[in-house]
Design a protein around this ligand. Structure first.
Ligand SMILES: Cc1cc2nc3c(=O)[nH]c(=O)nc-3n(C[C@H](O)[C@H](O)[C@H](O)COP(=O)(O)O)c2cc1C
Length: 417
């Protein structure tokens, strides 16, 4: 069975979707999410460490999870914003995490979470100005994480009268080219800055947010150089109005964010889509992008998207600081984890100093900061043989501390395929 999550506001496209998928050899069920209550993933980790496979948010997404357990393919139908899925489409994907479990293994040469159930193939049907190349790469990466293959990326508008998706794509590609050009023309030459606005784009509450730990340490570096900053946490919607105002009126902005399902968290996409498109004054927009897995390559698609995002928000691109391996920062109360993560955080403080001096992340220091793109061959070979068991034992221990009473690879909805 193939499940189609139609996240478009209207279910009118149902016939069109059926037509598009008519040649695919599978029974198709279309679920219109606009008629359902689906919230943003808040990254609470309950579905991995406390109630394995069961999301803590009690809304209609459980209906979808049960259907996914009975499916071997998933298409998401979404509108686009900034060339990518809009926040409604991304929201439906961010919530898919309970389909995987906490355990980590090396699959196809890369760190991945274990499948809780079975492989899922994945594809995208998009409306509007999608960056097809980016969406294709994203679809492939998501599918690989789900143990399947990409079903493809289809433009809905190409099947509707009067639309010109080719033209729309050209605009996005132009934006991307502009961003790349800006990045190339910037050198290591310092830009004088005095004050920076920092947005924490994680949906996780501030006290548990790894991004927050990163920002705090990075800001120590800024402060040491006499640069002031103001932080807004988007997990707290009461800060959105002030954050929007600060974004529009300041000239040096950093968005720090965790990688969520291979790109931006849906909550951050929602915030950004409500920003005015015209700015009164120019601004430089830089990013700190971090992730659970420590391989730099896993963040490169997210980085590619951020490069195109800055000019679409009327800003010049100030580069992206890219680093993996941040998922344990929130557990720094544990002395062993504290010791393991001290070095990483100290490096962020150094990058704060570097940013204070240069005013951007387009420097060679920032490029080197990522570390290795992929684990070395020996590490990958040993992982599934030895390291896997050590990591598994640690996750089991964390789960016990969280009061988990089920195995972390539990299948709460059976396995119906
Ligand atoms: C819904 C969700 C999706 C995630 N997707 C990815 C991913 O695709 N790749 C990755 O390496 N880490 C992924 N992570 C891990 C986060 O990037 C990582 O834990 C980060 O430190 C979270 O920062 P925060 O605590 O500020 O939210 C994901 C986490 C969640 C909750």
């Amino acid at each position: 069975m193939t499940l189609v999550l139609n996240t478009l506001e209207s279910g009118e496209v149902a016939e069109l979707i059926k037509e598009l998928l008519a040649t695919k050899d599978s029974e198709v069920e279309i679920v219109n999410t606009a008629e359902m209550k689906i919230m943003h993933c808040v990254g609470c980790n309950m579905c991995w460490l406390k109630t394995p496979g069961v999301c803590a948010i009690k809304d209609d997404y459980e209906i979808i999870l049960k259907k996914l357990v009975a499916s071997d393919g998933l298409w998401v139908v979404a509108d686009t914003k900034f060339g990518f899925l809009d926040y409604r489409g991304k929201r439906a994907l961010d919530r898919i995490v309970p389909m995987l479990n906490m355990y980590i293994e090396i699959r196809d040469g890369w760190e991945r979470h274990q499948l809780r159930y079975h492989p899922l193939n994945f594809g995208v049907i998009y409306k509007g100005n999608g960056n097809k190349e980016l969406l294709e790469e994203w679809s492939m990466r998501v599918a690989m994480n789900l143990g399947g293959h990409s079903l493809g990326v289809l433009a809905l508008d190409a099947h509707q009268e009067g639309a010109s998706p080719a033209e729309a794509n050209e605009n996005i590609v132009e934006n991307a080219a502009d961003a790349a050009e800006i990045a190339e023309t910037c050198t290591d030459s310092p830009e004088k800055i005095e004050h920076v606005i920092i947005l924490n784009g994680s949906p996780r509450v501030k006290k548990n947010s790894n991004t927050n730990k990163i920002i705090q340490t990075f800001a120590e570096g800024l402060e040491a150089a006499g640069i002031t900053h103001k932080l807004y946490s988007l997990s707290n919607r009461t800060e959105w109005d002030e954050a929007r105002e600060a974004f529009m009126t300041n000239d040096n902005i950093i968005i720090a964010l965790p990688l969520f399902v291979e790109c931006l968290p849906s909550l951050l996409l929602e915030f950004l889509s409500a920003l005015p498109t015209e700015r009164k004054q120019p601004a430089k927009l830089s990013f700190i992008l971090h992730s659970g897995f420590d391989e730099g390559h896993q963040l490169r698609l997210g980085e590619k998207f951020l490069k195109t995002l800055a000019p679409q928000l009327g800003c010049t691109y100030g580069g992206t600081l890219v680093k993996g391996g941040s998922f344990m920062l929130r557990m720094r109360d544990n002395s062993y984890i504290k010791k393991m993560t001290d070095k990483m955080l100290a490096a962020y403080a150094t990058m704060g100093l570097s940013f204070a001096h240069n005013g951007n992340f387009l420097t060679t220091d920032a490029q080197k900061f990522t570390g290795s793109e992929q684990n070395p061959w020996l590490g990958r070979s040993l992982f599934n043989l030895v390291i896997y068991r050590i990591v598994k034992r640690n996750f089991d221990r964390f789960a016990k501390e969280w009061g988990c009473t089920r195995p972390l690879d539990d299948k709460p909805y059976g396995d119906l395929t």
